[in-house]
Design a protein around this ligand. Structure first.
Ligand SMILES: Cc1cc2nc3c(=O)[nH]c(=O)nc-3n(C[C@H](O)[C@H](O)[C@H](O)COP(=O)(O)OP(=O)(O)OC[C@H]3O[C@@H](n4cnc5c(N)ncnc54)[C@H](O)[C@@H]3O)c2cc1C
Ligand code: FES
Length: 286
């Protein structure tokens, strides 16, 4: 169970995994996530369901290697199994025939917006997506995104590929163009989502963001994922992860995301040490 059926390197720091998980795939909807453990003693990490195939019984996740757990995940090979793979968790995106919608995916946020674009388009919306990354080598899924959108705008911060701009620049141009925009989604790093929400606020366009607060159980029991939205406290794992971007307390979210930085750094060092210790053993065996 939870076998890795395929593994694809998308960028120097991002990997796509196709996981055998028929029960999760059967119920998965756009906007939801899974919590997985790489091995029995491993920490639980939340990853968005980037795609699902109910007939094949598979889930696609895309992970950015930023710490010990995502690096351990990267070390697994096709045919290896995950220790656990719980989901689908969280509320699915509410899909309505709104009219014209814009989805902004920054960096890793391209993966979560993919199934939302597809489902919104199937519901009859005119779907415009803006995808961006710091540089061209960090962009992925451009062709896949073209298949599920009516208009696709690609930008990079440094101009090394496509248009040189931050994702908020074409967003503002679209809002200024006079076209009726019914709803906007912004998914990516918290700071990017904050600026997407700030950009749309003065235009009065409903804006949803997917909050990536620290999660542990993913089922509303531990309180780790607490967020403040509109002056009220919510648990992102069960009440979200999507919330009204104009109401989010971004400063609180950003400070809580940095809460365990020292522990995360220590876990990364331990993982790197374990790799160094394993190397001489492998050399002596060969
Ligand atoms: C609903 C949700 C969906 C997510 N979807 C994706 C995705 O599709 N792809 C992806 O690469 N990442 C996703 N993330 C973030 C991902 O969970 C973290 O990058 C991962 O847990 C980092 O673990 P690590 O041990 O490799 O790094 P660490 O060194 O432990 O952490 C690095 C940083 O990752 C974040 N983080 C760490 N632990 C958690 C945790 N338990 N929950 C949330 N954030 C954490 C913190 O900001 C931390 O500073 C998602 C997070 C949430 C809440
Ligand atoms: S992750 Fe524990 S309550 Fe949300």
């Amino acid at each position: 169970m939870y076998r890795i059926l395929a593994k694809t390197t998308l960028t120097p720091v991002t990997t796509e995994y196709l996981i055998e998980a028929p029960e999760v795939a059967h119920q998965a909807k756009a906007g939801q996530f899974v919590v997985l453990r790489v091995h029995e003693q491993g920490e639980r990490i939340p990853l968005t369901i980037a795609d699902y195939d109910r007939e094949a019984g598979t889930i696609t996740v895309v992970a950015q290697e930023i710490g010990s757990s995502t690096l351990r995940l990267k070390s697994l090979e096709v045919g290896d199994s995950l220790a656990s793979f719980t989901g689908p968790l969280g509320r699915p995106t509410e899909i309505e025939p709104d009219g014209t919608v814009i989805l902004v995916g920054g960096g890793l946020g391209i993966a979560p917006i993919y199934p939302i674009c597809r489902t919104l388009r199937e519901a009859g919306n005119h779907v415009i997506a803006i995808i961006g990354a710091r540089s061209g080598d960090l962009l992925f899924w451009e062709d896949k995104m073209r298949d599920v959108t009516d208009e696709l705008i690609v930008v990079t911060d440094d101009g090394s590929y496509a248009r040189k701009a931050l994702v908020t620049e074409p967003l503002k141009e679209l809002l200024d163009s006079g076209r009726k925009i019914d709803r906007v989604w912004g998914i990516g790093p918290a700071i990017m989502m904050k600026f997407v929400a700030l950009t749309t606020k003065s235009y009065g366009v409903d804006t949803l963001v997917s909050l990536n607060s620290i999660m542990v159980d993913g089922t509303g029991m531990c309180g780790a994922c607490r967020v403040a939205v509109g002056g009220r406290t919510f648990f992102a794992c069960v009440d979200g992860p999507e919330f009204d971007g104009h109401q989010v307390d971004w400063d609180l979210l950003l400070s809580r995301q940095r809460f365990y930085v020292q522990e995360e750094q220590r876990a990364l060092e331990l993982y790197q040490q374990s790799l160094q210790q394993a190397e001489p053993e492998e050399t002596s065996r060969s």
